[in-house]
Ligand binder design. Sequence first.
Ligand code: HEM
Length: 331
Amino acid sequence: MKKILMPLLMVAALALVPYVGVEYAGLGYLFGVLIPYAAAFLLVAGFLYRMVDWLRRPVPFNIATTCGQEKSLDWIGQQKLECPPTRRHAALRVLSEVIFFRSLFRNNKAELRKGPDLAYGSHKWLWLGGLVFHWSLLVIVLRHSRFFFMTPGPFFQFLEDADSFFDVTVPALYMTDVLALAAVTFLVLRRILDAKMRVLSLQTDYFPLFLIAGIVLAGIGMRYVAKVDVMPVKVLMLGLMDFSFNPPGEIGALFYVHLFLVCVLAVYFPFSKLMHMGAIFLSPTRAMPNNSREKRHVNPWNAPVRFRTYAEYEDEYREKMKKAKLPVEKE
Ligand code: HEM
């Protein structure tokens, strides 16, 4: 229980900080300008640091995951995506992972039933929940470009129009808002309701989910309930994009809660499990081609070994070997 409540309380406390700071201490400049700059810097620097650190690590073994037939005899079919023979095929496999969560789709669940019997079953809900969660967050973030650019291009306009297709509220209801909330609820409940998952889950599994839920709820609150005026938000963001240090105008405190939680997420990102966003591209089990039959993979950690051939050995000991009546190759 503690590992669920602690992160929940932490997110609630984090949400209170900017609310009190702006509403009662007039710290709009700190929460609207200084903290966002610092958070953006830490996100970029931290992300690059982690990626470069991983890129510099040697890969001792060819450990590509394979779920299909490698290139073999002509009459045996090869599975190029399951067992990628080249970097291009490996890249396609990684992309299919990133876009469709392909391996999660094929993930099985194992359950011990009465008997006891080990039963395997399909696990498509996690795949669907994960996919909806990530895709709706992406669309929401892309839609936010209207705050960061004077005139976002036609693609962003299309996203906006498509997302608000069900024009049932004022302002228009975004489908992704509903989907993101539903998906994050599913992902939290999945960890809480299943006994196995409850044991496996850590505070660091709940914290990002609660944090993202907090961001989404604050955003939804701003749009549909508090109806925050977005013009001063846009002016502030255009200023930040220009690296200006102008103070923010009159914006409701809920906006600062939203923005501050986003800043916490940005700072937390590079040092947490959320780095799977970058790591997937560098994961050797996914990103390596499986060409071990065609190419020798040399372990970069191999210490240089000085070999001594038998001929050299015999040259050194030939006379002694002859005396001991041992056979020699060269007389
Ligand atoms: C991880 C990043 C973010 C997430 C997941 C997120 C999420 C959301 C969500 C779900 C909404 C509800 C309405 C909608 O979908 O547009 C929203 C609204 C809003 N967000 Fe964000 N947000 C993020 C970052 C930001 C940032 C950096 C800003 C700074 C400008 C911002 C400003 C706003 C504003 C002003 C609204 C109200 C929009 C309106 O009234 O139409 N958000 N956000």
